[in-house]
Design a protein around this ligand. Structure first.
Ligand SMILES: [Fe+2]
Ligand SMILES: [Fe+2]
Length: 401
C-alpha cells in the first residue's frame, strides 16, 4: 500500500516517520512538506492513501484534498489535523474520507488507514464508483457530530456535556426526544432531555440517532412521486428498533445490540441519497420493480448497477462509521454473501428490515420482501424467526397506538 503524508511542520513528519517505522515493509510511505510538493509526487505515481494536515501556508489541506479528489478519486483522503482547525475541516469534509485529530495515537492512525483501505477494497466496485461520481450532493457531517465524537472519546465523557452539545441544535434535539419517547424504545420513564436520553440508551445509540436524524432532515423537503421521505424515516426507525430487539432476544452483548440499532437506522440511507440526486432514475427503478414484481434492490441493480445498499455502506464508510455498522448496511439484502455466516448485527438488521417491510409494504421495497429461510437455517436460526417476528409486531402495534 502506498501512503503519502503531507504536513508543513518537519517535526510532525519526522514523528510520523519514526512512529510508523515498523510499517515500512507493508507500506510504501512518502512525506511531503506542502500541498504543491504532494501534487508533484502524485503526478509521478499513484498513491492509495493521502494523509494531510489542514493548516499549511500556500495551498491548505482543504484545497489540496479537493484537487486530489478531482484528479485521483481512487485515493483515500484522510485529514490529520489540530482541534483549532475544526471549522476548516467542516468545510472540507466533502473532499475527505476521514478525520483524525492531532495528536493521533499511532495505533488509531494505523487502524484508520487500514480500515479505510479495506472498505475501499470492498467498495472498489467500478460501477459503484461511477454511481458515486454522479452524485453531486453527498450529505456531510452535521456540525455538532465532531463535537459529539470528541466528547465521547474522552475517558471522563460526561452525559450532561453530550446532552448540551445535542441541545445546540433545537430541531435535532426535539426529534431525538420524540423518538426515544416512542414505544420503539420501550423506556420505563418519559425522557425530558438529550442528556437523560444518552444515559438511558447509551452513547453509541445517540450518535446513530444524531447522524440519521441529520441525513433525513437534510432531504425532508424532497417531494417524490412514488415515495415519501417521512415514511422511509419511520421505516428506518422501526428497523433500528427491531434489530435491537432481535439482538436482545438472542442475548447479544451490548456492542452488537448498538451496532445493529445504528445499522438498522441507517440501512436505507442510500435510498435517500439516490432519490435526492437521481430522482428520475430512481423512479424508473421503482416503476420497474412494480411492473416486473421485483424487489427494489434487484430493480435498482438493473438501473443503477449497485443498489442503495452498497451506496449507503459507501457513505457510512466516508463518514467514518465503524465496519461493524457499515457491513450490515452493505449486505442487508444479501446476507448470504457476507463472509461471516453466523448470527450477528447483519442477521438482525436483515430480519428487522423484512419484518418492517411486511407491516407497511412501502413502495421503495418493490415487491414484498421474503425472508430467506435457507440463510437463517444455515446459521442455526431457522427456528428463531417466528419469535423475532412476534416480538417486533408487538412493538409495532404499541408504537402505533
Ligand atoms: Fe434496503
Ligand atoms: Fe429497508
Amino acid at each position: 500500500m502506498r501512503i503519502l503524508f503531507v504536513d508543513d511542520e518537519p517535526n510532525v513528519l519526522q514523528g510520523l516517520r519514526r512512529s510508523l517505522h515498523d510499517m515500512r515493509r507493508q507500506w510504501h510511505m512518502k512525506f511531503a512538506q506542502s500541498g504543491e510538493e504532494a501534487l508533484k509526487i502524485l503526478a509521478e505515481s499513484p498513491y492509495d492513501v493521502i494523509v494531510s494536515d489542514m493548516r499549511m501556508p500556500g495551498m491548505d489541506g482543504a484545497q489540496l484534498l479537493e484537487k486530489v479528489m478531482e484528479r485521483y478519486p481512487k485515493t483515500v483522503r484522510i485529514v490529520l489535523s489540530g482541534h483549532s482547525d475544526q471549522d476548516m475541516i467542516l468545510k472540507s469534509v466533502g473532499p475527505s474520507h476521514q478525520y483524525l485529530a492531532k495528536p493521533c495515537d499511532v495505533k488509531i492512525l494505523k487502524s484508520a488507514i487500514e480500515r479505510a483501505c479495506a472498505l475501499q477494497n470492498m467498495l472498489a466496485n467500478e460501477t459503484l464508483k461511477l454511481l458515486v461520481s454522479q452524485i453531486k450532493s453527498l450529505p456531510s457531517f452535521p456540525a455538532l457530530y465532531f463535537e459529539l465524537i470528541e466528547e465521547m472519546k474522552k475517558p471522563n465523557c460526561s452525559m450532561d456535556k453530550v446532552g448540551k452539545i445535542i441541545n445546540k441544535d433545537i430541531s435535532m434535539s426535539a426529534k431525538i426526544l420524540q423518538l426515544v419517547n416512542s414505544a420503539y424504545f420501550g423506556l420505563p420513564q418519559k425522557v425530558a432531555s438529550p442528556a437523560q436520553a444518552a444515559k438511558l440508551i447509551g452513547l453509541d445509540a445517540i450518535r446513530g440517532l444524531v447522524l440519521s436524524t441529520h441525513v433525513f432532515s437534510r432531504f425532508n423537503h424532497l417531494k417524490l412521486r412514488i415515495f415519501s421521505i417521512d415514511k422511509l424515516w419511520s421505516h428506518s426507525v422501526a428497523t433500528g428498533a427491531f434489530a435491537k430487539e432481535i439482538c436482545k432476544l438472542e442475548s447479544q452483548p451490548q456492542n452488537i445490540v448498538d451496532e445493529a440499532f445504528i445499522s438498522g437506522l441507517l440501512h436505507d440511507v442510500g435510498s435517500v441519497v439516490l432519490a435526492a440526486n437521481l430522482p428520475e432514475k430512481y423512479e424508473e427503478a421503482l416503476e420497474l420493480a412494480r411492473r416486473e414484481k421485483l424487489c427494489a434492490y434487484d430493480a435498482e441493480y438493473s438501473v443503477f448497477s449497485p443498489s442503495h445498499a452498497e451506496l449507503g455502506a459507501y457513505l457510512l464508510g466516508l463518514w467514518g462509521l465503524p465496519n461493524p455498522v457499515v457491513e450490515p448496511v452493505f449486505f442487508h439484502h444479501t446476507p448470504k454473501q457476507h463472509l461471516v455466516q453466523q448470527f450477528n448485527a447483519l442477521t438482525a438488521v436483515y430480519a428487522a428490515n423484512v419484518i418492517e417491510a411486511s407491516i407497511h409494504q412501502d413502495d421503495w421495497h418493490g415487491s414484498p420482501l421474503v425472508i430467506d429461510t435457507d440463510y437463517l437455517s444455515s446459521i442455526g436460526m431457522g427456528a428463531r424467526f417466528a419469535e423475532w417476528e412476534k416480538a417486533c409486531l408487538k412493538m409495532a402495534r404499541k408504537a402505533e397506538n
